[in-house]
Write a protein that binds this ligand. Structure first.
Ligand code: ADP
Ligand code: MG
Length: 243
């Protein structure tokens, strides 16, 4: 499972995460919603140490640590437990689609190149773009690029995948295909945390929804609890303003 306990994070004197605790069971999909600036991206980045939290404990799969007591080896292990899908894809522009997917396998996992290509092609098939394997990202639509991003995230077979607004930069016509690929991965019981503003998608895919505002978890529950019967005024206001 993933267990996040009492995470705090400040940038200078701006407290961005105030005391964040939540659990994600193995195979669960947790969706995080909330207004812009509420700390959602910072939270995901703290969980894989793209940002160092100020205090707190993080457990992901079989790695468990206190953020101020962990040695480098434990931190590297934690980082290997997850991969991230970004809003702006962050693909390597000078690598082909297939090389984008196999890069971490060859460099971090030291897999031989031919074996890595086999894995890479299988993943590209899963996300429906095997025919683009030798293209460069710039030749692909936004939806295709994001599907490469997802295949790349899957390549290292992480314990969990984090998605940070995976469809927010896409033209509307490409949103559906990316959401369908994410749903397909979820159906294989991959543990996932997804930050999104796609409320219908959130309702369909989430086992649990977390509503964040101003650096705190205001409310969490099933999609029905959060979307149909929100308890907190802040949640109600967010959902009202959103429609
Ligand atoms: P969200 O993803 O919910 O929109 P973010 O986590 O991106 O929110 O940002 C939360 C707050 O933290 C914002 O006020 C943002 O300006 C601030 N912030 C995020 N990253 C940094 C940084 N590297 N340095 C300073 N402030 C930051
Ligand atoms: Mg964000």
């Amino acid at each position: 499972m993933i267990r996040v306990s009492n995470i705090r994070k400040s940038f200078k004197d701006h407290v961005v995460l105030k005391d964040i605790s939540f659990d994600v069971n193995e195979g669960e999909v947790v969706v995080i919603i909330g207004p812009s600036g509420s700390g959602k991206s910072t939270l995901l980045r703290c969980l894989n140490f793209l940002e160092k939290p100020d205090v707190g404990q993080i457990e992901i799969g079989d790695v468990k640590l206190d953020v101020n007591k962990a040695n480098r080896q434990t931190l590297n292990k934690l980082r290997m437990q997850t991969s991230m899908v970004f809003q702006h894809y962050n693909l390597f522009k000078n690598k082909t689609v297939l090389e984008n997917v196999t890069h971490a396998l060859v460099v971090a996992k030291r897999m031989n190149k031919e074996a890595a290509k086999e894995v890479g092609r299988d993943l590209l098939k899963q996300v429906g773009i095997l025919d683009k394997q030798n293209q460069y990202p710039i030749r692909l639509s936004g939806g295709q690029q994001q599907r490469v991003g997802i295949a790349r995230a899957l390549a290292v077979n992480p314990y969990a995948i984090f998605f940070d607004e995976p469809t927010s930069s896409l033209d509307p016509e490409w949103v559906g295909e990316v959401l369908r690929v994410i749903s397909k991965i979820a159906s294989h019981n991959k543990t996932m945390i997804i930050v999104t503003h796609e409320m219908n998608f959130a309702r369909e895919i989430a086992d649990k929804v977390i509503f964040m505002a101003d650096g705190v978890i205001v409310e969490q529950g099933t999609p029905e609890e959060i979307f149909d019967y929100p308890q907190k005024e802040r949640t109600k206001k967010f959902l009202r303003d959103f429609h």
